[in-house]
Design a protein. Sequence first.
Length: 363
Amino acid sequence: MKLAFFISSMTLGGAQRVAATLLNEWARRGIQIDLYTFDKKAESFFSLHESIRVIALDLFSASASKWESISNCIRRSSRIRQVLKESRPDLVVSFMSNMNYLVTAAATGLDLPVVVSERTDPVASGEGIQGTMLRWIFYPNASRVIVQNQRIHEYMPPVVRARSCVISNPVIVPASEKNGSSGALRVLGLGRLSEEKGYDLLMRAFAGVNCSNALLRIVGDGPERARLEALRSELGFGTRVELPGATSTPSEELLSASVFVLSSRFEGSPNALLEAMACGVACVSFDCRTGPRELIRHGENGLLVPPGDVEGLTRAIQQVVDDASLRELLGRNARKSVMKYSLPNVLKQWDRVFEECGCVVDR
């Protein structure tokens, strides 16, 4: 089986991490994979199986006007169509909405099964009526549409909903749970330093936590780094807040954390939260429109806080920091509750989608 996989870039990001995880497993099963990006260089932040061929199409370019944006979209879609005609894969998979529109347009009339995957909440991400129209236009051309949770599935236009299904992000469950914390209590945020992740809100919430033994560590990199560093100085944190940069081994950070906090303004299916729960870390999260509430049962395997409620986030962090038995209970229950999202279980769901498209995967 030959698979063509499209994603704009394989830089650090949640969608990219999921893509790398799935691609590596498919490659181990003997699937021939061509991974196409819009980058200038054929590279990936995440380790990829040696058999995966990364192909950089060099199609990133800024658009100075609406008409230039349209022209760039036509150019990209035309290049993707050329690639598909030349390579003739058995199956095409695309990640993220902007790439999904281009790929479904490019594959029109080529008699190729196309599976597209939404990677965030289309309502909260601010796509508005334009995104809705693009889904009405392009997604009926896809063989299957993958969404991350039931609420996003219900949002899809009826013509799209009929061919969509819910597949959560996979998580690799560590063989052992986290060790008990020693020394400082480490409050952890993990992900790309971008506005939607709400690390400015996390910092302000942490400023109200009354515990001299607690440290905040925000692991990741991205466009908000300078702003967060300035906020750290403004709030007078000193060494109590760490911004160490990105990591390719998040489980190491999670296994040494006392509390994990998801402070996002919006989410699709939050990888970092899922990974934290799998590691047995006590979790506190904003109750975003989609995502966290599919994973957390408040008070049982984590704590949910109303979206954007900084004072509420402070109280929840304080509660978990102060109570070791609560941390242990939430972490233990979290680990048990996410076993259904284990990589083998999620792969079975993808296998069924591939089979529905006429492609049988060797297991």
